[in-house]
Design a protein around this ligand. Structure first.
Ligand code: URP
Ligand code: ZN
Length: 457
């Protein structure tokens, strides 16, 4: 069996940091410790470098079909980009299928879309209407496909009403599966959008004004209340962006509600709504929820520090600035919503989290790798450095200073929201199930090597 010895690294796990070695045999981690025997192994001298588990990004939208266009990264380009940034597993949110389709419909579509994925992947289901068949299919997907989480939207055309969300949560509770929710109050968002457009306020700067913090916080509180009424169903709030929303989560947890999990994203930690001021540039940041205030950024970092926020996903959903985002140049409501981020999540958290002293290395590991794997049923196989786990690893040069430039990235999109940002620490080697798939910026993996992850509750 092929052996790989990563020697003398600063090894960061979810529980600590130590100087030592990691021995890989075949696809798994065979030993973790000091002075491990090198006999028969290819040795990687990692002196001065930091070894982390491969990242687990539980929120991507590769090849997302939004009706009038598709996200510009497919499963091949998106996963190659992820690998360059040290992410070795994604859990993709499937797009809505045809109106009225069974829950099973999109699964077949997505196995085909993901056939060239270069890293391991799992899928979240999406519930776009509720009837007996859909509730039955939740069991079928759990048992036959290992799909143990589903997303509901509280806004957008395929949103569910409260009674439908409650029915989904009650069924999820029975089955032990997780319900993820995009939480924004649809009435607030759609009324404000319509009012802005009617009064000619169509520039990008009206996007955040049409989706105020209260819209997020109200929807989170309502979603959590419905989960409580369903017997404390297991719920996961995606892309938390506001201090107010975080307070809603903290309030319900303080009241004793169990099984609540929350995710934020790098864009809500590092960017703010001043970026909408320039109408042309502002198109880049048309995403939902929108970028918020600097005070929100600070509270989200604090939420990660206290553990009130569990995970960091990207909501990677890229559209080309030219031409796709230009659809919104005369009316922000017409642009496809979303932005890229899958390649930079781990580097951003290493640099702006760990190197800037906002998070410890184990906190970076927990939020970017371990907790998403645990919450979504792919741990202990994924998400940490431990004997028996998949050998998914990323080695960082912790002192390399670099400037983010979209042309140097591998995401299939003509911009990055982080253009010009100075980062410290860069991934130099990515290993996925024992195979080196990126070395010094060169992709060495192969299309289709990624494995579908059948999950368990
Ligand atoms: O604007 C965003 N986030 N687009 C992706 C789809 C979604 O809402 O998660
Ligand atoms: Zn999303």
């Amino acid at each position: 069996m092929k052996k790989l010895l990563i020697q003398n690294a600063t090894v960061a796990t979810s529980t600590g940091v130590f100087n030592g070695d990691v021995l890989v045999e075949g696809e798994t981690i065979a030993a973790v410790g000091q002075n491990l025997p090198a006999k028969g192994a290819t040795v990687i001298n990692a002196t001065g470098e930091v070894l982390l588990p491969g990242g687990v990004d539980a929120h991507t939208h590769f090849d997302l079909d939004v009706g009038f266009t598709r996200a510009s990264d497919d499963f091949y380009t998106g996963s190659v980009a992820a690998a360059h940034g040290g992410t070795t597993t994604i859990i993709d949110h499937m797009a809505f299928g045809p109106a009225g389709c069974r829950l099973t419909h999109q699964v077949g579509v997505y196995h085909q879309l993901a056939k060239d994925c270069v890293i391991d992947y799992a899928l979240h289901g999406v519930i776009q209407h509720v009837d007996e068949q859909v509730l039955e299919d939740m069991a079928l997907l759990r048992d036959e496909e290992g799909i143990t989480s589903h997303k509901v939207y509280l806004t957008y055309a395929d949103m569910l009403n409260d009674a439908e969300v409650l029915a989904v949560l009650q069924r999820a509770k029975q089955l032990g599966v997780t319900v993820c929710a995009h939480c924004e109050n649809d009435a607030i968002v759609n009324s404000l959008r319509a009012q802005f457009v009617a009064s000619g306020k169509t520039a990008a700067k009206y996007h955040p004004l049409s989706r105020p913090a209260e819209a997020e916080a109200e929807a989170i509180f309502r979603f959590l209340s419905l989960a409580k009424a369903a017997g404390e169903a297991k719920v996961y709030v995606v892309h938390l962006s506001t201090a107010l929303g975080l307070q809603a989560i903290a309030l319900q947890r303080a009241a004793g509600q169990q099984n609540i999990f929350a995710e934020t994203c790098p864009q809500y930690l590092l960017l703010n709504d001043a970026l909408y001021d320039d109408p042309a540039e502002g198109l880049k940041y048309l995403m939902s929820p929108p970028l918020r205030k600097t005070a929100d950024e600070a509270m989200l970092w604090a939420g990660l520090q206290t553990g009130e926020i569990d995970t960091i996903g990207t909501d990677h959903c890229p559209f080309l600035l030219h031409p796709q985002k230009q659809r919104g140049k005369d009316d922000f409501t017409q642009a496809p919503n979303g932005a890229p981020g899958v390649e930079l999540r781990m580097p951003l958290l290493f640099s702006e989290g760990y190197k800037k002293g906002r998070l410890t290395l184990p906190e970076v590991v927990r939020t970017c790798c371990t907790r998403p794997a645990e919450i979504f049923g792919i741990a202990p196989q994924k998400g940490d450095i431990q004997v028996g786990a998949d050998a998914d690893l990323v080695l960082f040069n912790p002192d390399e200073e670099w400037t983010v430039t979209h042309a140097d990235l591998h995401e299939n999109v003509d911009y990055t929201p982080y253009e010009g940002m100075q980062l410290c620490g860069k991934p130099v080697l990515t290993i996925a199930r024992g195979q080196v798939i990126v070395k010094n910026g060169k992709f060495t993996g192969a299309a289709g090597r990624g494995k579908y992850l059948h999950r368990h509750v």
